[in-house]
Write a protein that binds this ligand. Structure first.
Ligand code: SF4
Length: 270
């Protein structure tokens, strides 16, 4: 029997977060492309975040960045703060045993999905591999929340699956360049136990997605979160889902949440 080629669906960490938070929201956002444009404040924050990512990429590639810094006081202050807090990260490796690459892109096939990740910076040598990620919003979220975010789980998982490094030799560090005072970081060391847990969770979620997609083809909507869920309070689809909020709650919608601002990618992967 001839096998038919299967088309792989690309998924990023942002999509996994959305799928886990509310499958119906995933449906509206990615299958029906109903996302509303972000507000001007969010736009500005994203633009500034993109500029910082671009600056770090140019610096890593050895391209001049002085003119960018001179033209933008905010970028200059972030860069100075970062250079002060983590000079070792800005240092170019003096040996040729260390691999460094900004905007490092990897993919991994799991079931019929192609999982994609983009590391802001990957530093790897014969001992260990470090994933680094820049965040340009002010306040670090709490560590537990960040640990369970799919960015952390997927980024670590994909590197362990696509390299020879044992999970114990892999870490991921978020740098919050705009934290009050000076840049702060949150580091996660990976482990075999976590890797097994992520594999299980990922496979469950993707199997569910396959079922929901099949049902969707038969005009069945993706499941919603239970009524009264906090997720609806912050959701732009509340009206469409008949989960209307009070005026006071609706105001919260104008505030950014972690999922909407967590990732600035120079290579859009959706
Ligand atoms: S309003 Fe609630 S149920 Fe509807 S998409 Fe948003 S989070 Fe999901």
């Amino acid at each position: 029997m001839l096998s038919t080629p299967t088309q792989l669906l690309r998924l990023s960490q942002g999509q996994l977060n959305l799928l886990e938070a509310c499958p119906r929201k995933f449906q509206h956002t990615y299958l029906e492309k109903l996302n509303s444009p972000s507000n001007p404040e969010q736009e500005e924050r994203l633009t500034l975040g993109s500029r910082f990512h671009l600056l770090m990429q140019q610096r890593e590639m050895g391209l001049p960045i002085d003119s960018f810094l001179e033209a933008d006081a905010q970028l200059q202050s972030w860069m100075l703060g970062f250079a002060d807090a983590a000079p070792e990260i800005l240092m170019t490796a003096s040996d040729n045993q260390t691999f460094r690459e900004s905007e490092h892109y990897r993919t991994l096939q799991v079931q019929n999905y192609l999982l994609t990740v983009v590391y802001d910076l990957l530093i790897a040598d014969n001992q260990q591999a470090q994933i680094l990620d820049w965040k340009t919003y002010p306040k670090p979220p709490n560590k537990r929340k960040l640990e369970s975010n799919w960015q952390t789980r997927l980024y670590l998982y994909v590197l362990a699956e696509t390299s020879d490094y044992l999970p114990e030799k892999i870490s991921m560090t978020y740098w919050f360049v705009q934290s009050e005072g000076k840049p702060q970081n949150i580091k996660f060391n990976y482990s075999t136990v976590q890797h097994t847990q992520t594999a299980k969770k990922l496979n469950q979620l993707l199997s569910q997605l396959t079922n929901w997609l099949e049902n969707y083809q038969n005009n069945q909507q993706f499941p919603q979160v239970v009524e009264g869920s906090k997720t609806c309070d912050y959701c732009q689809f509340a009206k469409r889902c008949d989960r209307i909020q009070s005026t006071e709650e609706a105001v919260k919608d104008s505030l950014p949440n972690f999922d909407s601002i967590q990732e600035v990618s120079l290579n859009p992967i959706h």
